[in-house]
Design a protein around this ligand. Structure first.
Ligand code: LLP
Length: 433
């Protein structure tokens, strides 16, 4: 259930911006730099005011375009990387490894070694194999955080629920694995900074993160009482939702941070512990600062057994640049812009499809102008997170570029559209085949 207040925080480009940006080629991801910087500053201020000893980490899996990672770093965020690739992206963006945290439920030994060689700040350990591996390495070791599975079932799509007991992530608290992991790390002389959890993503109701935070605080209290180990850090992961459609509005960051901190600090009170609190949001940092532009190619009316008829508008992208509708049934708001500057007539229910060789229905029954025609544009709102990051080459479509609208208003490409040469660069046709 939505629990937030209807605050309009989403980036929407003007018609003139759309027509100007479309000249860079569509489909096109667009990020607004000022919008992103303001969002980060607001989130940081909200968290600091709720708990001064706090830090924000940007979950770069949401969008690891180098320009985005660099802006997040410039604004004072740590960078959460979940793979060697994401760490390499952060390094290329000019972020020192000493500002990065490495995640992953099955990190390869090579990934762990690479991260340590680069001087990674923290490794969030997820399993006993990893603890033994790090413990056995020679030389300086990074700080360790222990990922815990608090046994919280968030109300979100099953594919993005991670905090429940039956999960591949982390050490279960209730069955004693979390305690064993802590003791083993300490036995190996690892510098354990504290505990981490991430319960799920696109959460409009903060209940799950609040309970996750409380369970970590209780665990910290128990470990102090039983073993004298005093945690210095509690990281409650990301998960705050964004405003995709309708009245499904998340809490404001101010209210979210307030509720989170209130419950964690209450749960910590009896222990006297005052750790640093960390959150690592991805979607709620970058999601609303981005839109995707498409050009309309085909408008078609077909008979429909249920509706009499259905209007299809086919745009020049789809499943390969935004798999989320097909993967999670995600819905988005759309805004149409005429290609020639004319004013649109009334709207009608329209189904927007992509151009892939399957039913990649992007948006069903959205209200779009009845005179929308080839050469017009649609911008899909709130596509800054998990869109360019999840793009593929399905049907051999080139992955779109990303434009950054600078604070001056100038738009620059920060990621070129993929070229044909790049698409085929990895192919090898063996001699004599
Ligand atoms: N920390 C950890 C350990 C995570 O696994 C995640 C997301 C985050 C932080 C950031 O969560 P956020 O604040 O963005 O919700 N592809 C899916 C989302 C998968 C999220 C996975 N983990 C989607 O498109 O909805």
């Amino acid at each position: 259930m939505p629990t937030g207040t209807a605050t309009e925080t989403r980036l929407v480009l003007t018609d003139d911006q759309v027509r100007g940006l479309a000249k860079l080629g569509t489909p096109l991801y667009v990020i607004d730099e000022g919008h992103l910087r303001r969002r980060i500053r607001r989130y940081l201020a909200a968290f600091k005011s709720a708990w001064p000893n706090s830090e924000l980490t940007f979950a770069s899996k949401a969008n690891s375009t180098l320009a985005v990672v660099k802006i997040a770093y410039q604004e004072g965020l740590l960078i959460d990387v979940a793979s060697e690739g994401e760490l390499r992206a952060a390094l290329k963006a000019g972020v020192p490894a000493s500002r990065c945290h490495l995640h992953g439920n099955n990190k390869k030994p090579g990934e762990i070694r690479f991260a340590i060689e680069q001087g990674i700040n923290q490794i969030v350990v997820d399993n006993f194999e990893e603890i033994e591996l790090i413990g056995g390495l020679e030389g300086k070791k990074p700080d360790i955080m222990i990922r815990l599975a608090p046994g919280v079932d968030p109300k979100t799509h099953a594919k993005i629920s991670t905090g429940q007991a039956d999960t591949k992530f982390g050490f279960n608290i209730a069955d004693g694995s979390g305690e064993k992991a802590l003791l083993r790390c300490l036995e190996l002389g690892l510098d354990v900074k504290g505990y981490h959890c991430h319960v799920g993503s696109q959460l409009l109701d903060p209940e799950a993160q609040v309970s996750g935070g409380e369970l970590l605080a209780q665990f910290a209290t128990d470990m102090k009482a039983k073993h004298g180990y005093e945690t210095q850090v509690i990281n409650v992961g990301g998960g705050l939702g964004v405003h995709y459609v309708g009245d499904a509005v998340p809490l404001s960051v101010e209210e979210y941070c307030r509720q989170l901190v209130a419950s964690i600090s209450k749960a910590l009170e009896p222990s006297g512990l005052r750790p640093m609190l960390v959150q690592e949001p991805g979607r709620s940092i970058i999601g609303e600062s981005g839109v995707t532009l498409y050009e309309v190619g085909v408008v078609k009316t077909v008979p429909s057994p249920t509706k009499g008829h259905r209007v299809y508008v086919a745009v020049d992208g789809g499943l390969s640049d935004n798999p989320r509708p097909v993967m999670y049934g995600s819905k988005y708001d759309l805004v149409a812009t005429s290609g020639d500057g004319r004013t649109f007539g009334p709207t009608r229910p329209t189904t927007v499809s992509g151009k892939h060789c399957e039913t990649d229905m992007l948006f069903e029954d959205v209200m779009l102008p009845e005179d929308l025609r080839p050469g017009d544009f649609v911008q899909v709102l709130v596509t800054g997170a998990y869109n360019s990051a999840m793009a593929s080459n399905y049907n051999r479509y080139q992955r779109p570029g990303t434009a950054l609208v600078r604070e001056s208003g100038e738009a620059v490409l920060v990621q070129r559209p993929e070229s044909w040469d790049e698409m085929f660069a990895r192919e090898i046709l063996p001699e004599g085949l």
